[in-house]
Design a protein around this ligand. Structure first.
Ligand SMILES: [Zn+2]
Length: 295
């Protein structure tokens, strides 16, 4: 067994995604001594101010990027993790019919190799045992989230290959790739039922109805990380993104005592593994921890 630290890389599209997807898991692993690095693909400069209590929006992409850098630093501190930017420009969420084209040069418009190169370099430098990202749909249909999935899968596949992405560091082969599953139907239904049973008003009613009506196929959950003791860190990290997160809004609509009583973990799907493991899992490092792979 090696004394070297386990390393977890969580790849996200925008600042704030790390706080709304898998945040308590990263806080828990960091608290337990795992080296946790959040990688943020874009600066989030095309995000709108979504918090009505925030005040006037920063003017222009640069001003927004500067505010979001500060918010990200505060969120990373709340989670106890390190964070690094890949430096791409936010593509924005296109709206309208027909949808307008994405801004030229933005993250989601780039060729895959160009968009993946900085992440491959980061993987070779940080040498994660485990990586997390979004499922192929992006988890939600923002072009940067879909691109985040694509570059993560590419880096997971190629970072260990000496013949690819030459000049970007010594090859490193990550061992497991996971998809974040923030809001499974099972989770929403359990929390919804608990709120209704307590006589409250569920924030999930419409969502559950529309999801059932559309028959969105549920992705597989292979891995549950118990992390309720770190939900307060997650909440602090969410609040740090003051332009994006309304403290009276959706992310805080579930009473915390209901959440603690009904759903105490975060869910993942093991997408690829280069080590032996047994499903279901309760540890992202299952098959790595305590083995010769933990180097
Ligand atoms: Zn995002």
């Amino acid at each position: 067994m090696s004394s070297e630290r386990l390393r977890l890389m969580a790849v996200h599209a925008h600042p704030d995604d790390e706080s709304s997807k898998g945040a308590a898991t990263t806080a828990r692993y960091a608290a337990e001594g795992v080296d946790v690095l959040v990688v943020t693909c874009t600066g989030g400069e095309r995000g709108d101010v979504l918090n009505p209590g925030y005040g006037p929006a920063p003017e222009g992409l640069e001003a927004m990027a500067a505010v979001r850098r500060e918010e990200m630093a505060a969120a990373a501190a709340a989670l106890g993790v390190r964070q690094r930017w890949l430096g791409f420009v936010d593509s924005g969420l296109p709206e309208g019919d027909p949808l307008p084209p994405l801004p030229e040069g933005s993250f989601a418009t780039l060729p895959l190799e160009e968009a993946s190169a900085p992440l491959v370099a980061a993987v070779r430098e940080f040498r994660p045992h485990v990586m997390t990202t979004y499922d192929p749909s992006g988890g939600y249909p923002h072009p940067d989230h879909i691109m985040c999935h694509r570059v993560s899968a590419e880096a997971f596949a190629a970072a260990g290959d000496r013949e690819r992405y030459r000049g970007l560091g010594e090859p490193w082969t990550p061992l497991k790739l996971y998809y974040n599953h923030g809001f499974s139907l099972a989770r929403m239904r359990a929390v919804h039922d608990a709120i209704v049973a307590a006589g409250g008003e569920s924030p999930f009613s419409d969502w559950i109805d529309s999801r059932q009506a559309r028959e969105v196929p549920e992705r597989q959950v292979t891995t549950r990380i118990e992390c309720a003791d770190w939900f307060d860190r997650r909440d602090a990290a969410l609040r740090a993104h003051a332009t994006q997160i309304d403290p009276e809004g959706w992310f805080f609509a579930v009473p915390r005592e209901v959440e603690l009583a009904t759903w105490r973990d975060e869910e993942y799907e093991l997408a690829e593994s280069r080590v032996e493991t047994t499903l279901p899992e309760t540890d992202l490092f299952a098959g790595i921890r305590g083995t010769e792979h933990a180097r």
